[in-house]
Design a binder for this molecule. Structure first.
Ligand SMILES: [Zn+2]
Length: 545
């Protein structure tokens, strides 16, 4: 016995049969997509008409997000734009530093215990002109409890004096590029990069190790996936301590857990040897809904935080070059070992200097050993130029670009960070496709909101928040964008043989849509309404999740 779902339209992404009217599901897998008469040939079946008026696509694949989006929603939302939480409630954006402080004060007033930390997230001072948030600002919210507010980029944390004091940072003589000092010689409260953020952040509820194992956060993240049509999502930088892995195996294994999670082990706190060994251990623990074994390395910081590494001539506003998050010798060793042991690495590079260094490391590693189909993937890789895409192609690399940036920070990239010309080549999706580099696109949630159809809209339209079209020659077509948020992202995680299209033998993962993304119009792609998902043959309605 199996089930046949008729639909108004089924976009399959199967090149041999791109459209279908019915999809048959048995044992969590797709038995076939085609006309009823053909599918009935498989034997005894039932017809389920609940999607008869809907459009079905392969379940959307988010190739770069973080489960911490589900954790952050219990902190105070300090973002500039309105945003929907996992329960479906939309929080209004805050439009000035004073508004940020007021929202924190309101939350502070609701805390009961006197030294309970106060945490906020999604702060983006780039919208507030040149003024930065200082520890003195946050001291006005509370001088007695630790406060931390994470920037939208996730690469900078603002803290108050109490948090600095608890971490032993409120003193003279600190000399670290990630800890800027004020005129008084003491830290300003802005902390850049993991070295600076981790020791202070843990006093303000930002403890990465703890977040990695946050069961409630994982469940909240999965609810958000259903709302956005996502059936497979990467958790791109997790430290994956043993207890967190046990928790993730247990929770994702529950009968009604609605998504497949692909956590990557971040390179932090281990030697390259230990990292590669741990990745191989993790790979052996994989289940259908928890895929382990890929490694994530962060090479530099963020462009709008001026912590990305740029080649000459650097930042448009003259800001000093950004930070290396990992030493080049270590990068080299990681790639060399990954080639040797068949481990896949995804590397965050934002600036083009970071991209160049990683290309050099991969080229060198491949000179010493061969790794057919390694699919080493550049993550963000926002500033890559055409020559760098040609090198990626020659070296067999994939790229996962970040078109949401055009909307959220495109105006700032044009006027301030990289300037007009390089802003137009950022996230060069069309160049990647023309060059033949396998392409995915992503949200980096919680950096920007999870939602592959919104990300596709960004890649197709390249509109900034103010309405400027940024890089008209790098726009891609709607069909290309839809393939990129399904098969494209699946390919970067070596899952394209299992998910990303609706065809015989694949997992029964579907995005159930109220509107047709192919006919709604390129400008309205982001407005396609998501009814919910089918994951492994199990139906999840967003309204009931
Ligand atoms: Zn990320």
């Amino acid at each position: 016995m199996f089930t046949i779902f008729p639909a108004a339209k089924i976009i399959t992404m199967n090149p041999s049969r791109p459209y279908a009217t019915h999809v048959a599901v048995r044992d969590g897998r797709i038995l076939g997509a085609g006309p009823l008469s053909e599918l009935a040939g498989w034997g005894e079946h039932q017809i389920d008409t609940r999607f008869a008026g809907k459009v079905l696509m392969p379940g959307l694949v988010e190739g770069h997000s973080h489960v911490s989006e589900g954790v952050f929603w219990r902190f105070v939302y300090c973002g500039y734009f309105d945003r929907m939480d996992p329960g479906g409630h939309t929080w209004p954006g805050v439009k000035s530093i004073e508004d940020v402080l007021q929202r924190l004060r309101d939350a502070e007033a609701r805390l009961t215990s006197p030294d309970e930390p106060l945490a906020g997230w999604a702060l983006d001072p780039i919208y507030f002109g040149t003024r930065r948030v200082s520890r003195q600002d946050l001291d006005k919210v509370s001088a007695t409890r630790p406060i931390g507010v994470m920037h939208a980029s996730g690469h900078i944390l603002n803290v108050n004096s109490k948090a600095l004091e608890l971490a032993g940072f409120l003193r003279h003589g600190i000399n670290h590029p990630g800890v800027p000092l004020g005129p008084d010689g003491l830290p300003t409260g802005e902390l850049k990069g993991p070295d600076a953020m981790t020791p202070v952040g843990k006093h303000a509820n930002f403890d990465r190790e703890l977040q990695a194992g946050d069961e409630k956060g994982l469940r909240e993240f999965a609810r958000l996936c259903v709302r956005k049509g996502v059936t497979t999502a990467a958790d791109l930088a997790n430290l994956l301590p043993g207890p967190a892995v046990d928790m993730m195996l247990r929770v994702t294994g529950e009968a009604r857990f609605p998504a497949r999670i692909v956590p990557l082990r971040r390179f932090q706190g281990l030697t390259p040897h230990e990292l590669i060994e741990r990745a191989r251990e993790l790979a052996a623990l994989s289940t259908d809904r928890l895929r382990l074994g890929i490694v994530k390395i962060v090479a530099d910081g963020s462009i709008q935080g001026f912590s990305a590494r740029l080649r000459w001539p650097g930042y448009y506003n003259g800001a000093p070059n950004g930070l290396w998050y990992v030493a080049p010798e270590q990068l080299r060793e990681c790639y060399r070992l990954a080639v040797q042991h068949g481990v896949q690495i995804h590397t965050h590079t934002n600036g083009d200097e970071a991209t160049e260094l990683v290309l050099d490391c991969i080229e060198e590693a491949l000179r010493y050993g061969s790794a057919p189909d390694h699919r080493f993937t550049f993550q963000h890789c926002q500033l890559a130029d055409a020559a760098q895409f040609r090198r990626m192609k020659a070296l067999g690399c994939c790229v996962n670009l970040f078109p949401n940036h055009h909307f959220y920070w495109g105006d700032q990239h044009y006027t301030t960070t990289v300037g007009p010309e390089r802003a137009e080549r950022m996230n060069a999706c069309a160049t990647a496709l023309r060059t033949g580099v396998p392409l995915a696109i992503h949200s980096d949630a919680p950096v920007t909101p999870l939602g592959p159809l919104f990300t596709a809209w960004c890649a197709v339209n390249r509109r900034t928040a103010s309405g400027r079209m940024l890089g008209e020659h790098e726009r891609i077509s709607v069909p290309d964008a839809l393939r990129t948020i399904t098969l494209g992202a699946a390919y970067t995680m070596k899952l394209d043989g299992e998910v990303g299209s609706i065809e015989c033998g694949k997992r029964a993962d579907l995005a159930v849509l109220e509107d047709d993304p192919e006919t709604i119009g390129a400008e309205r792609l982001k407005d396609v309404r998501v009814w919910g998902t089918v994951q492994g043959g199990r139906v999840f309605a967003a309204a009931e999740i």
